[in-house]
Design a protein around this ligand. Sequence first.
Ligand SMILES: [Zn+2]
Length: 500
Amino acid sequence: MIRIADMEIDVETARLLGHEYCVKYVVFPFRLEDEHLWVALRDIKNMDILTNISDITGCFVVPVAADEGDILFHVNRIFGADALHSIASQFLVDEQLKNHIESSEILTEISSAPAVRLIDSLIETGVLNRASDIHIEPYGQQLRARYRVDGQLITYSTVDITLLPNVVSRLKIMGGMDISEKRLPQDGHFTMTDSNFFAKGDKVDFRLSTLPTVFGEKIVIRLLYGETSYIKKEALGFYDEDLKKLTALFNQPYGAIFMTGPTGSGKSTTLSSFLRELNHETSNIITVEDPVENPILGISHINIERTGLNFPGALRHILRQDPDVIMIGEIRDEETARIAIQAAITGHVVLSTLHTNDAAGVIERLTDMGIPSYLVAAALNGVISQRLVRRICQDCAYPTTLTQTQAQLLQLPVHTPVQLGRGCSHCNHTGFRSRFAIYEYIIINENIRRQISSQPSKFAEGIRSLQGLRNNAVRALIDGKTTADEIIRALSRENLAGEV
Ligand SMILES: [Zn+2]
């Protein structure tokens, strides 16, 4: 059995038999050499299909066994991208027509229609695949579209570069941005509801950002799936006994809790899930963010950019508004850290994220910022550090053991039983479905407060030697929740995290 992704695929050859035929017989031709046609199929002994393909193409068929899901995924990838190409080619025809038309009004109408359909198609596919981001990027003569699904970027299609100006203009209009500004990066957003490809009542927010590159403007669209994307704390990936302790931690009447982890580690999502829990009529919750990521009804979110204030400035105003809970998107400077610690000591719950490698790093970072260790000790209630890993699809999981390299990297025995996903129709043939957190945390008690206060670096060293994140990751691996490669990737990112 082969994995088609490991093969060299010739796109022309892949189209040889047509979409319908490939789906009906579950076949995928991918290479043609000297009248030998390599075809991936479920049952390589099915002489009827082999003869039939040979008759149609006039080639000698080289059958290769592959998984049904794998075959269909690649068939749909090739022909799905074709739909984009047909829109793109319509645009090229329109471009030629344009030379004969004088009226600028008609001109805009004609040339924008294919761009509209192209963007609709990109957005639709993105939403259906639950992509978190869509990248539209010019490269030389090509315009490439990629999706980020479960944390991984997947190339969807490339079309001719001539579409770029119309695509960019259309998106800028949708995002309320300045279409004449092409030299500076811009941000924008728009919302879609109840479209044909959305579930009823579904709402998707699109955050756009443009960046001028040497080939033209690159656009990244972040997709935020409204209420449906809100992850209940039970689904974040915490083990039951840990979730109990963390829930108690977030329900303390005052004190600071810091989340840490590299960009894309899901720290804001976790914070947001717990913040929802604290959202009662009886409490005043104010957040200050850059920008607001997950707006929650009943909470006062402040977008720092719109206020013209900096974080310390905004925080001083917030403190005059009698808050119970303050969430600070990220602490980046000493002054913000100082105000946050002060607020935690004076009876507020303060939640924030800090960019450090691990949980212990938070204590070091705060003291490095010049905050005396006795204040850090007094203010802190807890620290959580996390990474996101992909969850193995339960519909196609199968048992296996570690490879030699994986075993060495993870310092586990080679015969350790683990799981992998084969890929099926439930998981878009990736073997994964959704993501969850691997994590470590410190809950500060009186004993720990004393240690932080007197010897903060020694305490941090001690915590680090426990390898909490690594041990939690290995537990998730042995429980069959994720793969060894996912964990190796997530853990090795640790070393890079500090440099971002
Ligand atoms: Zn699956």
